[in-house]
Design a protein around this ligand. Structure first.
Ligand SMILES: [Zn+2]
Ligand SMILES: [Zn+2]
Length: 346
């Protein structure tokens, strides 16, 4: 089968690989119908993910059809359409039982697919702990509607869930890239008084204005003043930092009102300053870390109910045979690309 693999620093190639086999009674083999490209894939390509194994098939955002399951898999059967979770987790350890699946202590736990083990920019993928890692897609939900459920949408959902958003709140979302938009959509579900998006790219600002006209949009230079003018208590009640650039962490806590929650979803390239003397008395609560991607069934229910729609994010479609071109487009952010859908059977 064809598989797009990390062959060495700076190099991904479409290779011919054997089809994956079941290795454990909790595994499933999934025929990938649709995959996507994530910024994390680019981090692997550029050698910024030391635990990525050379030769590994990349890709961790995908949906497909279950082909085969191990004896101990109970939640899905061959023929089921499924969303694949970016995280592998056992469902049994201390962290899994508390919903902190990002910290699963299983040897396969965490971000394994498309990093430490073969992922889904391929015709088939082996998914360990399939009872946790696969979620059936309702019949009324299309592959494109479900494509982001296991990764960026799970991230946005988790971020909104832990941020204690209330109906009186002004919520500031910093960054309107694909994960930022998913976070925005999930924050909207909480129905806060107002949402402000801070974004520097004119194209992405336009995207937010066009699709979510109730959301206020500002740029980073004007953000502090804008938030002051459009909030009731001297800053945002909740800040979600999804941009991860060199000055957005500072912007996040500066725009927060006293006693606000600041949730850092972003992954930074470098350490960030936490100037405690400057923020003394502001009594902020910081929440940080990687997604606990354990709400995929609920997210799919919300999609089926018409409450979340991420399909506008899919701006381009490519067959697997032309995935190199899809990467070039995504990497150079050309042609207004937001997300790419890769048809893995073509
Ligand atoms: Zn990702
Ligand atoms: Zn676990």
């Amino acid at each position: 089968m064809r598989a797009y693999a990390y062959v060495g620093p700076g190099r991904f190639e479409l290779l011919d690989k054997p089809r994956p086999e079941l290795r454990d009674s909790r595994d499933a083999i999934v025929r990938v119908t649709l995959g996507s490209i994530c910024t994390s894939d680019l981090h692997i390509k550029h050698g910024n993910v030391p635990r990525a194994v050379p030769g590994v098939t990349v890709g961790h955002e995908m949906v497909g059809v279950v082909e085969r399951v191990g004896d101990r898999v109970a939640s899905v059967r061959p023929g089921d359409r499924v969303a694949v979770n970016v995280e592998t987790f056992c469902g049994e350890c201390f962290f899994c039982r508390h919903g902190y699946v990002n910290n699963c202590t299983d040897p396969d736990g965490g971000w394994a697919l498309g990093c430490r083990i073969d992922g889904g920019q391929a015709e088939y993928v082996r998914v360990p702990h399939a009872d946790q890692g696969l979620t059936p897609i309702p019949d009324t939900v299309s592959d494109e509607q479900a494509l982001f459920v296991g990764d960026i949408l799970a991230t946005g959902f988790w971020a909104a869930r832990i941020s204690e958003i209330g109906p009186e709140d002004t919520v500031l979302v910093i960054g309107a890239g694909p994960t930022g938009v998913c976070t925005l959509l999930c924050a909207m579900l909480k129905r806060p008084r107002r949402i402000i998006v801070c974004e520097k790219s004119p194209e992405r600002m336009r995207f937010v204005r066009e699709h979510y006209p109730d959301v206020l949009v500002t740029g980073p230079e004007t953000c502090r003043d804008f938030v002051l003018r459009h909030s009731d208590h001297g800053g945002a009640d909740v800040v979600l930092e999804v941009a991860g650039t060199s000055d957005t962490f500072r912007l996040a806590w500066e725009c927060a009102r006293p006693n606000a929650v600041v949730t850092v979803v972003a992954l930074y390239d470098e350490p960030q300053m936490l100037p405690l003397p400057d923020m003394y008395g502001k009594n902020l609560t910081f929440k940080t870390g990687g997604v606990d991607g354990c709400d995929c069934a609920e997210i799919l229910r919300l999609i089926a109910a018409g409450k979340i729609d991420t399909t506008p994010l899919i701006t381009h479609r490519f067959p697997l045979s032309r995935i190199g071109k899809a990467y070039r487009l995504f990497e150079t952010r050309s042609d207004g690309v937001v997300k790419v859908a890769v048809e893995c059977g073509k």
